[in-house]
Design a protein around this ligand. Structure first.
Ligand code: FES
Ligand code: FES
Length: 157
């Protein structure tokens, strides 16, 4: 057992971790932030995507101790019930919310993309979400959602 400090969704927290726990385990089981999903557990599907110090990572591939003194943003940290993040809102407005399993990771990938590149082309959006797999439907609505979010963010800036 070891105690680590980190900031998660803007709040300073302390948690006891086991040596073999992953960031994904402490997010879901330690902090009960179950919007972050476990799909493959092998870094392939993007269902566990979170932002670690502003960078998109697969939380199943990061050990909990590596998150010491870092800042983690999960899907729960993006918006609030009364005011969703523009990306979340755009996903709803374009009908891009598919299943609860892939959507949180898709939204966080979109967030990471728009933080780096506020005006992405369709191709850049496709590349940006290429680490997030959906095995059931198309990606067209998701691309539309990210375009709409980018447009809305640009208009309010
Ligand atoms: S669960 Fe982490 S990438 Fe699939
Ligand atoms: S995996 Fe979520 S809609 Fe296909």
């Amino acid at each position: 057992m070891k105690t680590i400090n980190l900031k998660i969704n803007g709040r300073k927290r302390q948690i006891e971790i086991e040596e073999n726990e992953r960031l994904l385990d402490i997010i879901r089981e330690g902090f009960h932030l179950t919007g972050t999903k476990e799909g493959c557990g092998e870094g392939e599907c993007g269902a566990c995507s979170v932002l670690l110090n502003g960078k998109l990572v697969n939380a199943c591939m990061i050990m909990a101790f590596q998150a010491e003194d870092s800042e983690v943003i999960t899907i729960e940290g993006l918006g609030e019930n009364e005011k969703l993040d523009p990306i979340q809102q755009a996903f709803i407005d374009t009908g891009a919310v598919q299943c609860g399993f892939c959507t949180p990771g898709m939204v966080l990938s979109a967030k990471a993309l728009l933080m780096k590149n506020p005006t992405p082309t369709k191709q850049e959006i496709r590349r940006g979400i290429s680490g997030n797999l959906c095995r059931c439907t198309g990606y067209e609505k998701i691309v539309e959602a990210v375009e709409l979010a980018a447009k809305r963010i640009a208009e309010t800036d």
